[in-house]
Design a protein around this ligand. Sequence first.
Ligand code: CP
Length: 313
Amino acid sequence: MKHFLKETDFSVFETTEIFSLAENFKKLRNRHTPPALQRQSWALLFFKSSTRTRISFEVGVHELGGNVLYLDENSMQLSRGESVSDTARILSGYLHGLIIRAYEHEIVEEFAREGSIPVINALTDFLHPCQTYSDAFTMAERWSTDTAQLDSLRGRKIAFLGDCAGNMANSWILGAHHFGMELALAGPSEFFPCEAIKSLLHKTDETAGIQFSSNAREAVKDADVVYTDVWVSMGNEGEEAERLKQMSPYAVTRALMNEAKPDALFMHCLPAHPGLEVAGEVLNSPQSVVFDQAENRLHVQKGILAVVAQSRR
Ligand code: CP
Protein backbone atom coordinates (compact mmCIF):
# COMPACT_ATOMS: atom_id res chain seq x y z
CA MET A 1 0.00 0.00 0.00
CA LYS A 2 1.30 3.41 -0.98
CA HIS A 3 1.13 6.73 0.88
CA PHE A 4 2.08 10.05 -0.72
CA LEU A 5 3.37 12.23 2.12
CA LYS A 6 6.48 13.66 0.49
CA GLU A 7 7.94 14.08 -3.01
CA THR A 8 10.31 11.14 -2.73
CA ASP A 9 7.57 8.64 -1.81
CA PHE A 10 7.14 7.82 -5.50
CA SER A 11 9.95 6.35 -7.58
CA VAL A 12 10.90 8.00 -10.87
CA PHE A 13 9.11 5.11 -12.60
CA GLU A 14 5.89 5.79 -10.65
CA THR A 15 6.20 9.53 -11.28
CA THR A 16 6.45 8.88 -15.02
CA GLU A 17 3.29 6.76 -14.77
CA ILE A 18 1.49 9.57 -12.88
CA PHE A 19 2.49 12.13 -15.54
CA SER A 20 1.46 9.79 -18.34
CA LEU A 21 -1.96 9.21 -16.72
CA ALA A 22 -2.34 12.97 -16.07
CA GLU A 23 -1.55 13.73 -19.71
CA ASN A 24 -4.28 11.31 -20.85
CA PHE A 25 -6.80 12.45 -18.24
CA LYS A 26 -6.30 16.02 -19.42
CA LYS A 27 -6.62 15.10 -23.10
CA LEU A 28 -9.67 12.86 -22.67
CA ARG A 29 -11.55 14.77 -19.97
CA ASN A 30 -15.32 14.85 -20.63
CA ARG A 31 -14.98 11.99 -23.12
CA HIS A 32 -13.92 9.09 -20.92
CA THR A 33 -14.38 8.24 -17.23
CA PRO A 34 -11.55 6.00 -16.11
CA PRO A 35 -12.91 3.77 -13.32
CA ALA A 36 -9.78 3.84 -11.14
CA LEU A 37 -11.80 4.56 -7.96
CA GLN A 38 -15.02 2.73 -8.86
CA ARG A 39 -16.92 1.49 -5.77
CA GLN A 40 -14.48 3.39 -3.55
CA SER A 41 -15.12 6.14 -0.99
CA TRP A 42 -12.38 8.67 -0.28
CA ALA A 43 -12.47 11.50 2.25
CA LEU A 44 -10.79 14.87 2.44
CA LEU A 45 -9.97 15.68 6.06
CA PHE A 46 -9.01 19.37 6.15
CA PHE A 47 -7.78 21.30 9.18
CA LYS A 48 -7.06 24.40 7.03
CA SER A 49 -8.94 26.32 4.35
CA SER A 50 -8.40 25.61 0.66
CA THR A 51 -9.72 26.52 -2.77
CA ARG A 52 -7.60 24.65 -5.34
CA THR A 53 -6.70 21.53 -3.38
CA ARG A 54 -10.15 20.82 -2.01
CA ILE A 55 -12.03 21.38 -5.25
CA SER A 56 -9.51 19.63 -7.52
CA PHE A 57 -9.49 16.56 -5.27
CA GLU A 58 -13.28 16.47 -4.89
CA VAL A 59 -13.74 16.74 -8.66
CA GLY A 60 -10.86 14.31 -9.28
CA VAL A 61 -12.22 11.52 -7.06
CA HIS A 62 -15.66 11.98 -8.66
CA GLU A 63 -14.20 11.83 -12.18
CA LEU A 64 -12.40 8.58 -11.34
CA GLY A 65 -15.72 6.99 -10.38
CA GLY A 66 -15.40 7.27 -6.58
CA ASN A 67 -17.50 8.82 -3.81
CA VAL A 68 -15.97 11.73 -1.96
CA LEU A 69 -16.67 13.17 1.50
CA TYR A 70 -15.41 16.48 2.87
CA LEU A 71 -14.63 16.31 6.59
CA ASP A 72 -13.52 19.29 8.58
CA GLU A 73 -11.93 18.86 11.95
CA ASN A 74 -14.59 20.94 13.75
CA SER A 75 -17.42 18.63 12.81
CA MET A 76 -15.59 15.55 14.06
CA GLN A 77 -14.86 14.19 17.53
CA LEU A 78 -11.20 14.99 16.82
CA SER A 79 -12.01 18.56 17.85
CA ARG A 80 -13.29 17.21 21.19
CA GLY A 81 -10.17 15.21 21.91
CA GLU A 82 -10.65 11.85 20.16
CA SER A 83 -7.18 10.63 19.25
CA VAL A 84 -5.69 10.63 15.76
CA SER A 85 -4.89 6.95 16.25
CA ASP A 86 -8.52 5.96 16.98
CA THR A 87 -9.82 8.24 14.22
CA ALA A 88 -7.41 6.68 11.71
CA ARG A 89 -8.53 3.17 12.66
CA ILE A 90 -12.24 4.10 12.49
CA LEU A 91 -11.92 5.84 9.13
CA SER A 92 -9.98 2.88 7.74
CA GLY A 93 -13.07 0.73 8.31
CA TYR A 94 -15.24 2.99 6.13
CA LEU A 95 -12.98 4.51 3.50
CA HIS A 96 -10.59 3.42 0.77
CA GLY A 97 -8.28 6.43 1.09
CA LEU A 98 -7.74 9.68 2.94
CA ILE A 99 -6.53 13.06 1.69
CA ILE A 100 -5.40 15.26 4.58
CA ARG A 101 -4.54 18.97 4.93
CA ALA A 102 -3.10 19.75 8.36
CA TYR A 103 -0.85 22.17 10.21
CA GLU A 104 1.52 19.58 11.70
CA HIS A 105 3.12 17.16 9.25
CA GLU A 106 3.30 14.61 12.08
CA ILE A 107 -0.52 14.31 12.08
CA VAL A 108 -0.51 13.18 8.46
CA GLU A 109 2.30 10.73 9.24
CA GLU A 110 0.32 9.42 12.23
CA PHE A 111 -2.80 8.83 10.11
CA ALA A 112 -0.65 6.90 7.63
CA ARG A 113 0.99 4.87 10.40
CA GLU A 114 -2.12 4.12 12.49
CA GLY A 115 -4.67 3.56 9.72
CA SER A 116 -4.76 0.84 7.09
CA ILE A 117 -5.72 2.91 4.01
CA PRO A 118 -3.58 5.10 1.71
CA VAL A 119 -2.98 8.68 2.86
CA ILE A 120 -2.24 11.62 0.54
CA ASN A 121 -0.70 14.81 1.92
CA ALA A 122 -2.79 17.76 0.70
CA LEU A 123 -0.43 20.25 2.45
CA THR A 124 1.13 20.52 5.86
CA ASP A 125 3.27 23.28 7.35
CA PHE A 126 6.24 21.17 6.24
CA LEU A 127 5.45 20.00 2.69
CA HIS A 128 3.03 20.39 -0.23
CA PRO A 129 3.94 17.50 -2.57
CA CYS A 130 0.76 17.55 -4.72
CA GLN A 131 1.72 21.11 -5.70
CA THR A 132 5.32 20.29 -6.74
CA TYR A 133 4.17 17.33 -8.84
CA SER A 134 1.56 19.51 -10.60
CA ASP A 135 4.16 22.25 -11.09
CA ALA A 136 6.73 19.85 -12.54
CA PHE A 137 4.05 18.53 -14.93
CA THR A 138 3.29 22.14 -15.95
CA MET A 139 6.99 22.73 -16.69
CA ALA A 140 7.21 19.49 -18.70
CA GLU A 141 4.19 20.60 -20.76
CA ARG A 142 6.09 23.74 -21.73
CA TRP A 143 9.41 22.07 -22.43
CA SER A 144 8.50 18.80 -24.14
CA THR A 145 5.95 17.27 -26.44
CA ASP A 146 6.01 14.15 -24.24
CA THR A 147 4.98 15.39 -20.79
CA ALA A 148 5.36 11.96 -19.22
CA GLN A 149 9.11 11.97 -19.87
CA LEU A 150 10.97 13.69 -17.06
CA ASP A 151 14.05 14.29 -19.28
CA SER A 152 12.94 17.83 -20.14
CA LEU A 153 13.16 18.76 -16.45
CA ARG A 154 16.64 17.42 -15.76
CA GLY A 155 19.30 20.10 -15.28
CA ARG A 156 16.80 22.99 -15.43
CA LYS A 157 17.21 25.71 -12.83
CA ILE A 158 14.46 26.89 -10.46
CA ALA A 159 14.99 30.11 -8.49
CA PHE A 160 12.79 30.13 -5.38
CA LEU A 161 12.42 33.54 -3.72
CA GLY A 162 11.07 34.70 -0.36
CA ASP A 163 10.12 32.32 2.44
CA CYS A 164 12.78 29.63 2.11
CA ALA A 165 11.68 28.00 5.37
CA GLY A 166 8.08 27.40 4.31
CA ASN A 167 6.35 24.32 2.95
CA MET A 168 6.76 25.24 -0.74
CA ALA A 169 10.50 25.85 -0.36
CA ASN A 170 10.82 22.56 1.54
CA SER A 171 8.84 20.77 -1.12
CA TRP A 172 11.05 22.17 -3.86
CA ILE A 173 14.14 21.07 -1.96
CA LEU A 174 12.86 17.48 -2.18
CA GLY A 175 11.24 18.05 -5.57
CA ALA A 176 14.38 19.43 -7.22
CA HIS A 177 16.25 16.33 -6.15
CA HIS A 178 13.43 14.03 -7.29
CA PHE A 179 13.10 15.66 -10.72
CA GLY A 180 16.86 16.15 -11.24
CA MET A 181 16.64 19.94 -11.24
CA GLU A 182 18.88 22.67 -9.84
CA LEU A 183 17.43 24.86 -7.12
CA ALA A 184 18.65 28.28 -5.97
CA LEU A 185 16.77 29.59 -2.93
CA ALA A 186 17.07 33.24 -1.94
CA GLY A 187 15.45 34.88 1.07
CA PRO A 188 16.21 36.58 4.38
CA SER A 189 18.65 34.55 6.47
CA GLU A 190 15.95 34.22 9.20
CA PHE A 191 13.95 32.15 6.68
CA PHE A 192 16.57 29.71 5.49
CA PRO A 193 15.60 26.02 5.25
CA CYS A 194 15.21 24.22 8.57
CA GLU A 195 17.33 21.34 9.81
CA ALA A 196 14.45 18.85 9.37
CA ILE A 197 14.36 19.26 5.60
CA LYS A 198 18.15 19.41 5.33
CA SER A 199 18.46 16.20 7.31
CA LEU A 200 16.08 14.45 4.89
CA LEU A 201 18.50 15.39 2.13
CA HIS A 202 21.66 14.68 4.05
CA LYS A 203 20.52 11.13 4.65
CA THR A 204 21.18 10.34 1.03
CA ASP A 205 23.72 13.06 0.24
CA GLU A 206 21.36 14.92 -2.07
CA THR A 207 22.32 18.54 -1.47
CA ALA A 208 24.28 18.82 -4.72
CA GLY A 209 22.48 21.23 -7.03
CA ILE A 210 20.77 23.10 -4.18
CA GLN A 211 22.04 26.54 -3.13
CA PHE A 212 20.86 28.98 -0.45
CA SER A 213 21.69 32.68 -0.45
CA SER A 214 20.34 36.10 0.47
CA ASN A 215 20.96 37.46 -3.02
CA ALA A 216 17.84 37.45 -5.21
CA ARG A 217 19.63 38.56 -8.40
CA GLU A 218 22.24 35.85 -8.05
CA ALA A 219 19.55 33.19 -7.54
CA VAL A 220 17.51 34.13 -10.62
CA LYS A 221 20.53 34.42 -12.94
CA ASP A 222 19.98 32.00 -15.86
CA ALA A 223 16.94 30.46 -14.15
CA ASP A 224 14.39 28.54 -16.22
CA VAL A 225 11.72 29.12 -13.57
CA VAL A 226 11.24 31.93 -11.08
CA TYR A 227 9.01 30.66 -8.27
CA THR A 228 7.56 32.40 -5.26
CA ASP A 229 4.91 31.83 -2.59
CA VAL A 230 2.97 33.98 -0.15
CA TRP A 231 5.07 35.70 2.51
CA VAL A 232 2.51 35.09 5.28
CA SER A 233 1.27 31.50 5.25
CA MET A 234 -1.74 30.07 7.09
CA GLY A 235 -0.75 30.08 10.75
CA ASN A 236 1.81 32.95 10.46
CA GLU A 237 -0.73 35.80 10.54
CA GLY A 238 0.56 37.14 13.88
CA GLU A 239 3.98 37.85 12.33
CA GLU A 240 2.63 39.65 9.27
CA ALA A 241 4.20 43.13 9.61
CA GLU A 242 7.69 41.82 10.41
CA ARG A 243 7.58 39.21 7.63
CA LEU A 244 6.52 41.73 4.98
CA LYS A 245 9.44 43.99 5.91
CA GLN A 246 11.97 41.15 5.85
CA MET A 247 10.74 39.65 2.58
CA SER A 248 10.32 42.85 0.53
CA PRO A 249 13.78 42.63 -1.17
CA TYR A 250 12.68 39.28 -2.63
CA ALA A 251 9.59 40.49 -4.51
CA VAL A 252 9.48 39.20 -8.08
CA THR A 253 9.52 42.37 -10.16
CA ARG A 254 9.88 42.83 -13.91
CA ALA A 255 13.52 43.89 -13.36
CA LEU A 256 14.21 40.67 -11.45
CA MET A 257 12.50 38.52 -14.11
CA ASN A 258 14.82 40.14 -16.66
CA GLU A 259 17.82 38.58 -14.87
CA ALA A 260 16.45 35.08 -15.57
CA LYS A 261 16.50 33.37 -18.99
CA PRO A 262 14.45 35.36 -21.55
CA ASP A 263 11.89 32.53 -21.79
CA ALA A 264 11.82 31.80 -18.04
CA LEU A 265 8.48 30.80 -16.55
CA PHE A 266 6.98 32.62 -13.58
CA MET A 267 5.29 30.23 -11.15
CA HIS A 268 3.29 30.65 -7.94
CA CYS A 269 1.19 28.04 -6.14
CA LEU A 270 -1.50 30.69 -5.39
CA PRO A 271 -3.26 32.47 -3.81
CA ALA A 272 -1.07 35.43 -4.87
CA HIS A 273 -0.80 38.93 -3.45
CA PRO A 274 0.06 41.24 -6.36
CA GLY A 275 2.26 44.09 -5.17
CA LEU A 276 3.77 41.99 -2.39
CA GLU A 277 5.63 38.79 -3.35
CA VAL A 278 5.03 39.41 -7.07
CA ALA A 279 4.37 42.49 -9.17
CA GLY A 280 1.00 42.45 -10.92
CA GLU A 281 2.71 42.94 -14.29
CA VAL A 282 4.72 39.72 -13.77
CA LEU A 283 1.77 37.71 -12.44
CA ASN A 284 -0.31 38.67 -15.48
CA SER A 285 2.50 38.49 -18.05
CA PRO A 286 2.83 35.87 -20.83
CA GLN A 287 5.68 34.30 -18.81
CA SER A 288 3.28 33.51 -15.97
CA VAL A 289 1.84 29.96 -15.96
CA VAL A 290 0.00 30.20 -12.64
CA PHE A 291 -3.40 29.23 -14.04
CA ASP A 292 -1.92 26.20 -15.83
CA GLN A 293 -0.39 25.16 -12.51
CA ALA A 294 -3.77 25.48 -10.82
CA GLU A 295 -5.62 23.54 -13.54
CA ASN A 296 -3.00 20.80 -13.60
CA ARG A 297 -3.64 20.10 -9.91
CA LEU A 298 -6.77 18.26 -11.10
CA HIS A 299 -5.11 16.12 -13.77
CA VAL A 300 -1.96 15.28 -11.80
CA GLN A 301 -3.83 14.47 -8.59
CA LYS A 302 -6.07 12.11 -10.60
CA GLY A 303 -2.83 10.40 -11.69
CA ILE A 304 -1.66 10.25 -8.08
CA LEU A 305 -5.02 8.82 -6.94
CA ALA A 306 -4.96 6.17 -9.67
CA VAL A 307 -1.42 5.03 -8.82
CA VAL A 308 -2.10 5.01 -5.07
CA ALA A 309 -5.40 3.11 -5.56
CA GLN A 310 -3.61 0.56 -7.74
CA SER A 311 -1.11 -0.08 -4.93
CA ARG A 312 -3.98 -1.27 -2.66
CA ARG A 313 -4.80 -4.24 -4.85
N1 CP B 1 -2.04 26.08 -3.87
C1 CP B 1 -2.96 25.61 -3.00
O1 CP B 1 -2.74 24.61 -2.31
O2 CP B 1 -4.12 26.30 -2.99
P1 CP B 1 -5.29 26.13 -1.91
O3 CP B 1 -4.71 26.55 -0.56
O4 CP B 1 -6.37 27.02 -2.38
O5 CP B 1 -5.70 24.70 -1.87
